[in-house]
Design a protein around this ligand. Structure first.
Ligand code: ARG
Length: 466
């Protein structure tokens, strides 16, 4: 029998009922639904709205339902439209009238918003933890290979050499901003809608602050219409997850590229690679490709929630039931991706020799040679032209700038002296870029210290959350 059977002569068509049900999706909110109901019942009793005996029965009944769902012995029924109705039905079956009093001063509208916020907060915390763990792997790899140099690219063409650790740290910083976005989504979710009832509040003397505090919310939403219809926290969470996935996807792309035989900069461990069913020689970076692929689906989740929300009048509309599938998908996908990525990074082998071979190619000293001339008074544009001609000469001879003789340099411009050779090796090129945030070893170790400090302060921030 439906909860609204009093008002209806007929019953809902069976297939429409199944269409309207959200139980398969929102089942996973049972922990939060039960916590929300226990807090609501305790508050009702404290306010004298229900008796303490009823509140006690409700609390015990809910505790037994929690145990049964956790152990898998709870019987969901076909008529259970969603997790809220399933739990309330079972409670009333178990404790009678006291169970039927639980819904006093409450609606499924504030109930589902409460559950989803609690759930989102818990998952965001786990995500921030996983984010920190991946960053730990990146820091560790960066420290392990602190002197390795690889070509830095623009347009995927050799540009200027950079330290491998500098390259990895670039991802560290992206991920540290993802942490901030996850934290900001957490703060957005951290406000209680409970007690807003259906849309307009209630005539019962509820203490919204008490239930909010019992549930660990740091504030109470001050407008009941907003409380039941706001899903900003869902959109914020999916946005934070989307950009995080985009960052992972970019790292995956480099991992895939670097593990090709053309690059050979890294070798993925067997534990994070797959083979081919037909080509015996293959070792594929499937997991990196999958993360790159899954990022597309998470971006889809973001478009989904924004599109669902954009035309909705106040307050609750059933459209809002569609918020959870995308949210859960985005949170699940990011968490799995973080864990896989952390393992993949921790176990990959860095082939410093392969990097070194590539660093010698691509005329990457060109800018520094032009700077050398400019520092001796030649206008930079003129210097650019001279070095361009030297590169052309190298191409004709099939060599790199490092292989030209001092005479070749002097012939191109008489400002060149013997000290030009000091500018040509990759170590010198890297060492010269000592500006703050640059790739010189000293600048990178300063950067590493900043990263380590941030790692600790964000860890502390996470531990301080309730
Ligand atoms: N399953 C619903 C959801 O997820 C719960 C709220 C239903 N409220 C209503 N007025 N029909 O949105």
């Amino acid at each position: 029998m439906a909860l609204w059977s009093g008002r209806f002569d007929g019953t809902t068509e069976e297939s429409a009922c199944a269409f309207g049900a959200s139980l398969p999706v929102d089942k996973r909110l049972f922990v939060q639904d039960i916590a929300g109901s226990r807090a609501h019942a305790a508050m009702l009793a404290a306010q004298g709205v229900i008796s303490t005996e009823d509140a006690e029965l409700i609390d015990q009944g809910l505790a037994s339902i929690l145990r049964d769902i956790e152990s898998g012995s709870f019987d969901f029924e076909l008529s259970d439209e969603d997790i809220h109705m399933a739990i309330e039905r079972a409670l009333t079956e178990r404790i009678g009238d006291a169970g039927a009093r639980l819904h006093t001063g409450r609606s499924r509208n504030d109930q589902v918003a409460t559950d989803t916020r609690l759930y989102t907060k818990a998952r965001l915390k786990a995500l921030m933890d996983a984010n920190l763990a991946l960053r730990e792997s990146l820091l560790h790899k960066a420290k392990q290979h602190s002197s390795a140099i690889l070509p830095g690219y623009t347009h995927l063409q050799h540009a200027q050499p950079v330290l491998f650790s500098h390259h990895l740290l670039a991802y560290y910083w992206m991920l540290s901003r993802d942490f901030k976005r996850l934290m900001s989504a957490f703060e957005c979710a951290d406000a209680s809608p409970l007690g807003a009832a259906a849309l307009a509040g209630t005539s019962y003397p509820l203490d919204r602050s008490a239930s909010a505090e019992a549930l660990g919310f740091s504030q109470v939403i001050p407008n009941s219409l907003d409380a039941v219809s706001d899903r900003d926290f869902v959109a914020d969470s999916i946005y934070a997850a989307s950009l995080s996935m985009v960052h992972l996807s970019r790292l995956c792309e480099e991992i895939i590229l670097w593990s090709t035989s053309e690059f050979g900069f890294i070798t993925l461990s067997d534990s994070y690679s797959t083979g081919s069913s037909i080509m015996p020689q293959k070792k594929n970076p499937d997991f990196a490709e999958l993360i790159r692929g899954k990022s597309g689906r998470v971006i889809g989740d973001l478009i989904g929630i924004l599109t669902t929300l954009k035309g909705l009048p106040l307050a609750y509309n059933k459209d809002l039931q569609e918020d959870k599938e995308g949210l859960f998908d985005a949170l699940d996908t990011l968490e799995e991706s973080y864990r896989v990525m952390a393992g993949m990074v921790a176990t990959l082998t860095v082939n410093e020799n392969a990097m070194e071979l590539q660093v010698k190619k691509g005329f990457m000293a060109a800018t520094d040679i032009a700077d050398y001339l400019a520092k001796k008074g030649l206008p930079f544009r003129r210097a650019h032209e001279i070095v361009g001609a030297l590169v052309l000469l190298c191409e004709q001879r099939g060599c790199d700038l490092e292989d030209l003789s001092l005479d070749d340099y002097k012939e191109a411009c008489d400002l060149f002296d013997a000290d030009i050779v000091d500018y040509l090796n990759p170590e010198a090129l890297v060492k010269a870029r000592k500006s703050f945030g640059g790739t010189a070893p000293d600048a990178v170790s300063e950067q590493l210290n900043l990263a380590l400090n941030l790692q600790q302060s964000q860890k502390d921030q996470l531990t301080a959350l309730n």
